[in-house]
Design a binder for this molecule. Sequence first.
Ligand code: SF4
Ligand code: SF4
Length: 479
Amino acid sequence: MAYKNSVVSLAGWHPTCLYKGMKLHLDWSAYETAGQGDAYAGIPASGGDFAKAVAVCISDKQCQRKPKGVMCPSFRATDETAHSPGGRVQVLKAALNGELGEDAFTGQQLADAMELCVGCKGCKRECANQVDMATIKIEYQAQRNEKSGVPLRERLFADLPQQLHRYPVMRRIIRWRNRAPWLAKLGERLFGISAKRKLPEPSTTPFVLSSEAYRSMNDFGALSKADSKDVILFVDTFALHFDPEIAHAAHQVLSAAGYRVTTLQPDLFDEEPERALCCGRTYLSLGQVEQAKREARRMQLALRPALAAGTPIVGLEPSCILSLRDDHLKLGLGEEAVALSKQVYLFEEFIAREHDRKRLALDLKPLPGKTLVHGHCHQKSVGAMKSLRKVLRMIPEFDFEFIEASCCGMAGSFGVEAEHADLSMQMAELDLLPALRAAPDAAILANGFSCRHQIHEGTQRKAQHVALLLRDALKEKTC
Ligand code: SF4
Ligand code: SF4
């Protein structure tokens, strides 16, 4: 069953809509007609369209089996039906039916049910009725945050991109914390960040745009209409602060392929023009919806000329790009969000698309050895692995194999949270880490930032992004 994934339905939605006293933070109007006329749908008494999104579960328990695939890592790791999508639905329904008391959204039962959902979107893809528990969890967290405030640790993690911009000393503090066990223990006591886990270390120098590459975004629209080989490169928070070489490699590959690459900059009228743009993913995944909207609006403002010109926007981090394509449609941001969702591509999707259109001028050489490929859950959830396979086949004689695995278990901040660190590694041990250990000499490809960190934690091996792989395969490096 497919539900409207369109902002056409936004017309009647407003963030202050009240459904029997419940203000919804996300736009659930795509579910307006879900379950209509179905006496057995069991739509809860409160929650409006959000309740209908919960009630699309038909309790067939498919999510409580353990086939290979993405769904459901928390069920597979715990073996408890309460931690399956269907198990969570039961508690959500009880909460929305008033069975858990007036304060259900701040209560322990709902917290326990939602705690181990890592937001992998596996259920949205693999459950027959596309139960979207990752987004349901965001609404739950937003409801909880509204009533009892944002927990300190969640505020820290969500704000990290901004803090790295405002306080460059954070880079050194994180590196120091990773090397000083006493500091890691203090961090666990104060903030609940697991002392057992290393934190991803920011690069000493974040991504800096070279002066030749920069063109004003406001000039861009006019230039682009006459030039169909324009492309915008969105350097997300993770590439910007942690892995700038990935952004440089993507720039290099796109340029080598004959594209005129403009790196996305804040609009001149942006309230913080010095701060890099961010899709707001770190906020959204922790239920901080208003902050996510603020970041999304900054992106919309900057992208206005490119959206008007129909220019493709290419990004590197699956969770960021697929937020722009999917999650932002639930933020009530209007037609520009829809236009953006249709114009944004993962790097590998864009390369594959242009290859199919025979517009790509990439001259690639063979790369030695075997490479194991781990897909980010969100890449898998939208079927983007096909594009990745196509791109890898463009490298002559390239020997690669996709690992059949669920979520790596890192899932943003989940894996470094003290109470979740062990379960996070158990998720990685389900399929991913054994497959990597079985091929100790293989190179590893993983486009997800969290996945690369988890792989490094579990194997001490460094995984790389496909942009770096393609850069290495360029016959002649352009810069
Ligand atoms: S979440 Fe999906 S797979 Fe699980 S019981 Fe509900 S409908 Fe079935
Ligand atoms: S989003 Fe992932 S972890 Fe959460 S219920 Fe769905 S399959 Fe399970």
